[in-house]
Write a protein that binds this ligand. Structure first.
Ligand code: PRP
Ligand code: URA
Length: 208
């Protein structure tokens, strides 16, 4: 699998434009982010392991498929919560873990404050959800934590990524594929993605 997949779908790009627009209020931001998450889930699960099943339609017997691979979604608090609803909609059997991290505004290093993920995740597809991959510090820490808990098959889903963050994640965890809707230009001096969409947590929760 490729290390970086950028989703160039027209509907994804249309929605991303709404999220980037600073005039978009929180309630629209949340709804559009949720819709984008369902579109991203399709791409992230493209090679999901399935098994054949036999069923009967009202007319005759036929075969179909069901998901054979357990999935755990792990939003990185807070902003990752904005992606959970859309993923759960198309993966209703997925379990959900949580990782609490925030960036120290001075050092830009991640500070951890909460971890809760299901046990026995070695044979599970673990999908980390965090809209912003900026310096990569939070992403690297989230993947390291999940590997320590036994995860072997991890994917990282972001909405907007900076080249610096993609490089940091690739260096630390070359086995983890990254999915994003946009590879933006660069970080500014305060570690914000340009052009980006601002502080994702603040925009989702209206805490600016
Ligand atoms: C944001 C975002 C990522 C992190 C990315 O979280 O959701 O977790 O920044 O930055 P990095 O790649 O440089 O680590 P933030 O620290 O703002 O916390 P919040 O979601 O609680 O607002
Ligand atoms: N976190 C955000 O929410 N936005 C950025 O641009 C960078 C980190």
């Amino acid at each position: 699998m490729k290390h970086l997949t950028v989703l160039h779908h027209p509907l994804v790009l249309r929605d991303l434009t709404v999220l980037r627009d600073k005039r978009t209020p929180s309630h629209i931001f949340r709804a559009v982010l949720r819709r984008m998450a369902t579109l991203m889930a399709y791409e992230v699960t493209r090679d999901l392991r399935m098994t054949r099943v036999r069923i009967s339609t009202p007319l005759e017997r036929t075969s179909g498929v069901r998901v054979a691979q357990p999935v755990v979604l792990v939003p990185v608090l807070r902003a990752g919560l904005g992606l959970v609803g859309g993923f759960i909609e198309v993966l209703p059997d997925a379990r959900v873990g949580h990782i609490g991290l925030y960036r120290n505004e001075e050092t830009l290093k991640p500070v951890d404050y909460y971890f809760k993920v299901p046990r026995n995740i070695a044979g599970t597809l673990v999908v980390i959800l965090d809209p912003m991959l900026a310096t990569g510090g939070s992403g690297v820490a989230a993947v390291s934590y999940l590997k320590n808990r036994g995860a072997k098959n991890i994917r990282f889903v972001s909405l907007v990524a900076a080249p610096e963050g993609v490089r940091a994640l690739r260096r630390a965890h070359p086995d983890v594929p990254v999915f994003t809707c946009a590879l933006d230009r660069q970080l500014n001096a305060r570690g914000y993605i340009l052009p980006g969409l601002g502080d994702a947590g603040d925009r989702i929760f209206g805490t600016e």
